[in-house]
Every structure is written in C-alpha cells, then in structure tokens.
Design a binder for this molecule. Structure first.
Ligand SMILES: NC(=O)c1ccc[n+]([C@@H]2O[C@H](COP(=O)([O-])OP(=O)(O)OC[C@H]3O[C@@H](n4cnc5c(N)ncnc54)[C@H](OP(=O)(O)O)[C@@H]3O)[C@@H](O)[C@H]2O)c1
Length: 323
C-alpha cells in the first residue's frame, strides 16, 4: 500500500500511481492485474494512450467481483490536445468514461497546453507536409471553465493541468472558480523542477512526476520522428547506484523515494511484475538529508528535460508551446 497526498478539492491521491503509457493492450491488462494485486490504487492514463478500454476491462473485473470498491480507486485520465477547446471537453471526458466503464474519474487533467485541430478520429492529426495540425486559438481560460463544468456535472472529482509552465498556470489560477489541484509534469533526479514545485506548493497544487525513472520508452518517439537526442540513463547513474547499495534498495526505489520525500507523487510505468511491486515498496526506508543533498546535485536544470514534444513536427509554432 501507499501513502496519500491531499488534493485541494478534498480527495486523497496515493503518492505512487501506476503509469500506463506505451504498453500493448495485452501487456497492460496483465500488468494492471499485477499492479492491483500489489496494492496500486492510483492509475494514470490518457485518451491519447489509446488504452483506456483495456484498463476498463480490468477495472470491471475487479469492481464486479468486489475485490476493490470504486471509492478505493484513484483514476486519472487526460483531455487530448484535439479536445483543447471549450466545446469539446465534455465530449472527450465522456468518451474516456465510456472507455473506462466508469461514471466519474478522480482527476481529469488538461494533458498539454497546446491544441490540435480535430481531423476525424486522429489523435495526432497532421498536414500534408507532416506538420502537426495546430489549433492556434487555444484559450486556457475558456477550456478551464469547461473543465470546471465537468466537476459540477459530477464527471470529475478533481481537475488539474499537465505540461503547463508557471505563467500558464498563473493565468488559469487568476480566473479559476475551482483552482487546479494537481500538476503532472516530467520530474526526476536529472530534472528536479525546483522553481515549478515551489510555485505549486505556494498555490496548494500537488505535483505528480511523470517519467520518474527517465522514460527510456520515449526514445522510440524521437527515433520515429528522425530526431537524434541523447537519453540519460538514470537507473545506472553512479551516484544512484551508490545510494541504492547503501540502503539495500534498487536504483528505481531510490529515484522514486527521492521524489516522494519532496511531497511529490510519482507514476512509474512497468509491465514487469517484479518491477511493478518494487516501485510501490518505497515506504519502508527514508533517505538521509545527506543523501538527499547528494541526489539533489544530479539536477541538470532544463538540460535534464527528456520530453519536449518535438516529435510533433512544428509544435514550437503553437503560441502556447510551454518550454
Ligand atoms: N502527462 C504527460 O504528458 C505524460 C508524459 C509521459 C508519461 N506520462 C505518464 O507517466 C508514466 C511514467 O512515465 P514513463 O512511462 O514515460 O517513464 P518511466 O516510468 O520513467 O519509465 C518507464 C521505463 O522504466 C522501466 N522500469 C520501470 N520500473 C523499473 C524498475 N524498477 N527498474 C528498472 N526499470 C524499470 C520500464 O520498463 P518495464 O516496463 O520493462 O519495467 C520502462 O521502460 C507514463 O506511463 C504515463 O502514465 C505522462
């Protein structure tokens, strides 16, 4: 089991969640079974991961058999970039709920601050030149009003943002009736996001770290887009290995503990049953302040960012590109 973080809307979010990006349906269904058995109750997905239905099948099995109660689960999904328009928020949330077989999600996030135009059912619509089909009229204030309406309608218990920068969050906060209670961003030992985390703490926004182990799977997206990029190997970093040996823990457990000790949630993804279990078992030890300081030194500032969305050709031309 895992400890909880209190969101401003009142709900409690398990500090370790189960990441589900980039796994086939069959792999994911088996992995989610293993994760629920291991004690995960916080599950992170997104409309664009195209795996909500697979998750829904496993959840239905667990809920129908009474092995878990709906109120014990913390299910997160996200508005796709093609839904970044006030008229489309409800439609995409209802589709996600349909896929998941649920009446509500515990947390609904605006996945990214930039918007795409809708082109049929393409989740990543492109123009004939291969550029992503941008909707440059994205208006966060109006989208947020539509997000708030989903809370009013009971379809989302809490709402939040993902991949937004400080000035974008400030703009939402200024007009929000229901302030964002969560921000999901890339965060790990090489990219510790201190300024953003401090800002969120000041505004009562719980931060959730994606790619907490360095997201090796992201490399494929850049390869496919023909972009050459170095990918850091956090799990084999000598300092991480040294601390892992000292505590008798794995490098992944050290990386996750380092995040969680800052009051930040993390959603490691794995399809391997041993690693799924291991990633949840980080509550039986504490890093000393000395070791925290030495791990803090691994921070590379913005150079440590892995995921900048450049695999969407032309993405930087969107006025709300956040980085
Ligand atoms: N909001 C966003 O824009 C956004 C972006 C990216 C990700 N996310 C969310 O965050 C989740 C996590 O990020 P991520 O999947 O990109 O990367 P990650 O969790 O940092 O890394 C996943 C990789 O680490 C491996 N791994 C997992 N546990 C391990 C362990 N104990 N020891 C060694 N290797 C281990 C996994 O392989 P195995 O499966 O073989 O174990 C997989 O290759 C995603 O699944 C998704 O839910 C959100």
């Amino acid at each position: 089991m895992t400890s909880l973080l209190k969101l401003s809307a009142g709900a409690s979010m398990p500090v370790i969640g189960f990441g589900t990006w980039q796994a086939s349906d069959a792999e994911l269904e088996a992995a989610l079974e293993a994760a629920l058995e291991a004690g995960y109750r916080h599950i992170d997905t997104a409309y664009v991961y195209e795996n909500e239905a697979a998750i829904g099948r496993v959840l239905a099995k667990w809920l129908n058999s009474g092995k878990v109660k709906r109120e014990e689960l913390f299910i997160v999904t996200k508005l796709p970039p093609a839904g970044n328009h006030p008229d489309r928020v409800e439609k995409y949330l209802k589709r996600s709920l349909d896929n998941l077989g649920l009446d509500y999600v515990d947390l609904y996030l605006v996945h990214v601050p930039f918007g795409f135009l809708e082109k049929g059912e393409d989740i990543h619509p492109v123009e004939s030149d291969g550029n992503i089909l941008l909707d440059k009229s994205t208006n966060h204030i109006n989208i947020w009003k539509a997000m708030e309406a989903q809370v009013d309608a009971g379809l989302a218990k809490s709402i939040g943002l993902s991949n937004f920068n400080i000035s974008q969050i400030k703009r939402v906060l200024q007009s929000a009736r229901i302030p964002p209670s969560n921000l999901q961003v890339e965060l790990h030992a090489f990219f510790q996001q201190k300024e953003l985390v401090d800002f969120c703490k000041e505004h009562n926004i719980i931060v959730c770290a994606y790619a907490p182990l360095g997201s090796r799977g992201t490399a494929k997206l850049y390869e496919r887009a023909g972009i050459s990029k170095d990918f850091p190997d956090l799990l084999n970093n000598p300092k991480v290995l040294e601390v892992a040996e000292k505590y008798g823990k794995t490098p992944a457990q050290i990386l996750l503990r380092h995040i969680v000790q800052r009051g930040i949630a993390a959603i490691p993804k794995s399809t391997n049953p041993d690693r799924i279990q291991q990633n949840l078992q980080i509550h039986d030890f504490e890093l000393s302040s000395e070791d925290v300081v030495s791990l803090n030194k691994l921070d590379q500032g913005s150079d440590g960012r892995i995921l900048d969305f450049r695999f969407f050709k032309g993405i930087k031309n969107h006025p709300e590109y956040p980085f």
